[in-house]
Design a binder for this molecule. Sequence first.
Ligand SMILES: Nc1ncnc2c1ncn2[C@@H]1O[C@H](COP(=O)(O)OP(=O)(O)OP(=O)(O)O)[C@@H](O)[C@H]1O
Ligand SMILES: [Mg+2]
Length: 281
Amino acid sequence: MNIMLRGNSGCDISVIESSGKLIVKKTSRDKRYNDRLYRQYVKQKSFTSSVFSHTETYGFALEDGRASFTMEYLNGMTMAEALRTLELSQIPGLGSVMMSVIPQDIRRCESANDAFQDKLASLEKDRRMSRFSVSDAFKHLRRFDWSWASGSPCHGDLTFENMILKDGRIYLIDFLDSFYDSWVIDVAKMLQDAELGWHYRYERMQNNNLVIRLLCLKESMLAAISAHPMGRQIFETVYHTLLLNVLRIIPYCKDYVTKCWIDRQITYLTRILDETKERVL
Ligand SMILES: Nc1ncnc2c1ncn2[C@@H]1O[C@H](COP(=O)(O)OP(=O)(O)OP(=O)(O)O)[C@@H](O)[C@H]1O
Ligand SMILES: [Mg+2]
């Protein structure tokens, strides 16, 4: 048996049978992707979390110049798909589980501010930014103090496609070495799907079941943030990171639907940040 799965990165992902059980083999698209795949393998292998379950990796190999690694096959459903049909009463619990990646004790960290400011400066130089109205967004991001984004282990690309729900547990795949490791990177990515509908942007018809579930999930995530002793700092840091993430998509934007989605989110998020600033003043 050899079934190919679909992803966006261009890697080959196949489900194969080995010694009577199913495993997944992820192979880099070409040798330029090898290092990145190796870092992904190392991060997945060493990742420990009290919130998410561990996806077992087996081995890393190099064949004909292409890197690959194998891992257990998770017989479940991606969070992106599961959210279409999950029992509504389960959603608030799911939101608070997701938000428990936020540490209880958050301290200011100067190196966080440096990492985010450096990222921002390099992004602002990208000439592809000029296709979008980004000046207000960059103004918000440049003057923000990112030092509450304390460092912690993180997945790096925690979209709902990279979470697999199986037997009531959440397993993670497709780790990414991010420019900075912090819980805020993961929280912002989850809200990118729950609140901004990133994964569902191509869907033409509004699916009311999904809309209700995403809204309920977002509300439970925000409730968990508000209940945290550092709720205000977390909210501000997460929403600035969300805006930064939207801007980081610009260099890769190749289609009209994504362009419209980016435009909408920049307007929406800068409005939220304006309102937050007014409330604080
Ligand atoms: N271990 C696994 N068990 C079950 N399904 C898996 C597993 N690994 C990958 N998949 C499925 O294949 C899809 C693509 O995998 P993955 O995210 O690793 O690939 P990718 O090419 O890096 O994708 P993208 O760039 O779109 O995130 C996943 O969303 C999931 O549906
Ligand atoms: Mg993926």
